[in-house]
Design a protein around this ligand. Structure first.
Ligand code: PMV
Length: 346
């Protein structure tokens, strides 16, 4: 029998920005969150991942191309969770063989722009398909992406506005994400003020572990049920004021928990506060724009489409802002035949 030729599959998967954050982990092995989260899937901040699966190969290889750089073997810290995830997907597919993986991001990595969500969502889709066992539906894709270790990846396999897990409650952590509304329901924009593009000092993985040591942790959890309801209603009714006020309070609460964890985690930089003030000043001029900040120093400003030029112009004029990324709600991951490996002669 002739051996099977290697199979290459490539996916482009988007990052997402959480309106209600996942912060705190109940079970690290199963990646079960302490609370449900709600996010908007983005369009332009993406990870592209090519997986070449070869049944005759032993061992995996991972190459990473930083934004503006060239492909290099990925670092140990980057590679470890990728190799673990490939192993789990191989077991699920009931196959042996090795993978070569090429991955790149269209935006700064590890700086609070959810590169793990887009990266692990693209890897999950490309690797499972290359191994001959793609997920049966979006729900299974979401569960598989979560098991990579990046909970927020469970949301990036879907487009539009997404909740993960699908409902609240003690036994809901293993449920997949669900779409609350498709991307064309509401054209919201995410203008990201990058005040520091260097990778953050403390990973979200460590942040999740430490969250429960904060005296604010339990208080935030109590408020979350109400916040989830409000954000769901705000999305349904396209109500930016309602969404914005709750989303901003929620983001500040996450950082309150992080800064009061033991030992504390300070993701903010001086530029973070400068951008928050500029958003308040835009609001006082009648611009409906609201801030949210993931586990990093960079500020995501959420606003309806018509206000995007005004918001990005304000950020571009600030000395504290390194660069401005303009993004918008998007439809979710896509397969492509433009394999990354071809660019490095693979
Ligand atoms: O999925 P992780 O482990 O990278 O954690 C994501 C944490 C936040 O980005 C801060 C919040 C979120 O829900 O995306």
């Amino acid at each position: 029998m002739k051996p099977e030729p290697p199979v290459r599959v490539t996916y482009v998967a988007p990052a997402n920005i959480a309106f209600i954050k996942y912060w705190g982990i109940r079970d690290e092995k199963q990646v079960l969150p302490c609370n449900p989260s709600i996010s908007m899937t983005l369009s332009h901040c993406t990870s592209t991942c090519t997986v070449e699966f070869d049944a005759r190969r032993t061992g995996d290889e991972v190459w990473f191309r930083p934004k503006g750089g060239s492909f290099e073997p990925a670092t140990e810290a980057f590679v470890r969770p990728v190799l673990d995830h490939l192993e789990a997907l191989r077991r699920r597919a009931g196959t042996a063989g090795g993978c070569r993986v090429w991955t790149e991001n269209s935006f700064p990595t590890g700086a609070g722009i959810a590169s793990s969500a887009s990266g692990f969502s693209a890897l999950t889709l490309a690797a499972s398909e290359a191994m001959g066992k793609p997920p049966e539906d979006a729900a299974e894709a979401s569960v598989l992406a979560r098991l990579s270790g990046s909970g927020s990846a469970a949301r990036s396999v879907l487009g539009g506005y997404v909740q993960w897990p699908a409902r609240s409650g003690e036994d809901s952590g293993a449920l997949p994400a669900v779409q609350l509304a498709p991307a064309d329901h509401w054209d919201l924009r995410d203008v990201v003020a990058v005040v520091d593009s260097a990778p953050k000092g403390v990973s979200s993985r460590h942040g999740h572990r430490r969250a429960q040591s904060s005296p604010r942790f339990a208080g935030r959890l109590e408020e979350l049920e109400g916040r989830l309801e409000v954000v769901r209603a705000a999305i349904e009714n396209r109500d930016i004021e309602l969404l914005g006020e709750t989303m901003e309070a929620e983001a500040i609460d996450l950082h309150h928990v992080a800064m009061s964890s033991r030992p504390p985690i300070y993701y903010w930089k001086p530029g973070t506060l400068a951008v928050l003030w500029s958003i308040r000043s835009l609001r006082s001029e009648g611009v409906p724009v609201y801030a949210t900040i993931d586990a990093g120093p960079n500020v995501h400003a959420i606003c309806p489409a018509e206000f995007e030029p005004r918001v990005s112009a304000a950020f571009e004029s600030m000395a504290e802002v390194e660069s401005v990324l303009r993004d918008r709600v998007g439809p979710g991951p896509l397969a492509t035949s433009e394999h990354l490996s071809e660019h490095v002669g693979g």
